[in-house]
Design a protein around this ligand. Sequence first.
Ligand SMILES: Cc1ncc(COP(=O)(O)O)c(C=O)c1O
Length: 400
Amino acid sequence: MPFLSDTLARVKPSPTIAMTNKAAELKAQGRDIIGLSAGEPDFDTPANIAEAGGRAIAEGKTRYTAVDGIPELKRAICAKFKRDNDLDYTPSEVSVGTGGKQVLYNALMATLNPGDEVIIPAPYWVSYPDMVLLAGGTPVTVACGIETGYKLTAETLEAAITPNTKWLLFNSPSNPTGAGYSHDELKALTDVLLRHDHVWVMTDDMYEHLAFGDFRFTTPAQVEPGLKDRTLTVNGVSKAYAMTGWRIGYAAGPEPLIRAMAKLQSQSTSNPCSVSQWAAVEALDGPQDFIAPNNAVFQRRRDLVVAGLNAAPGVTCPVPDGAFYVYPDISGCIGKTSTGGTVIADDEAFATALLEEEGVAVVFGAAFGLSPNFRVSYATSDAALEEACGRIRRFCEGLR
Ligand SMILES: Cc1ncc(COP(=O)(O)O)c(C=O)c1O
């Protein structure tokens, strides 16, 4: 009898972790490595939020809480949905978990049966297909190339829907591309979904507040109220509030689904950290005025990186609408040989050679389901980004 479960065998180890480990190994050997693979802001948690967490400890708010969130946080989340998205939810339609990741996982575990399909536009956040597999469902990935701005279209969505489709797992602005869907682009998708009333939408709005220039964030239940009773809107405080380590995510949706997610959480992790929940109340209810200056920094870095990468031969880097990633296409580099003698057969070979020869750690596109590309996280200093872009340019100029 095998010791490890069959379920685990369906899931692959994270390729991003392999790259991160390799970078750490080289750093430990004394190499000068620039890491562009981290998926988190380099800002500290704003002081008022951190202080709210400290106050919660001092006041002894350190015990178990209601399984899927304290009433104060659920009320703050309802107010946030009204303020930012014009969506009306009551606390009983809200679930709080240990990061957006747990909330997504709970929703998939609570709803998927063998044979159920989940449509995942690719490139996708690395965890989506594996979470679906862990939950016993079937991920159906749909390639969304650079020609459609890495976005799903009405036609490709329509073609992917089958009688077994349970969810569309949607993410805007996207990790890894930064692509954001305009109101009209989203409306084209929700029009398709209106015609298929067995399909639900799980929208991952984690990067809502990281939106630049003319891009205006909107979310499926807001664009099409007719879909609200089959939409789970997932969000969290990790990215916009620089709170990745606090581990608070949340979702709003139909009450029976929220109850099912709470049942699962009650038999696995129970409540998310009590102290973090109080900090999240302050994040959502407190001043939001640091978001705009943070975004101005991110937008400046985005422009720096897009210009720097487009100057590298064989690299085409679209300008993203949000998040803190770019996802350049490297078709022009494939098949060439690096200065160090590596044949760039695919984007994994590109990323590995770039790390070994120039000391720049990026994540290769195959990890996100669309190649040949790589992902850069520009949530790091301007100086590091300038140096990294210079090294990437030199690496590409050396390809023969
Ligand atoms: C698209 C996307 N969704 C969800 C998450 C998970 O966020 P959290 O830290 O709240 O679990 C991430 C984190 O990288 C993400 O990029």
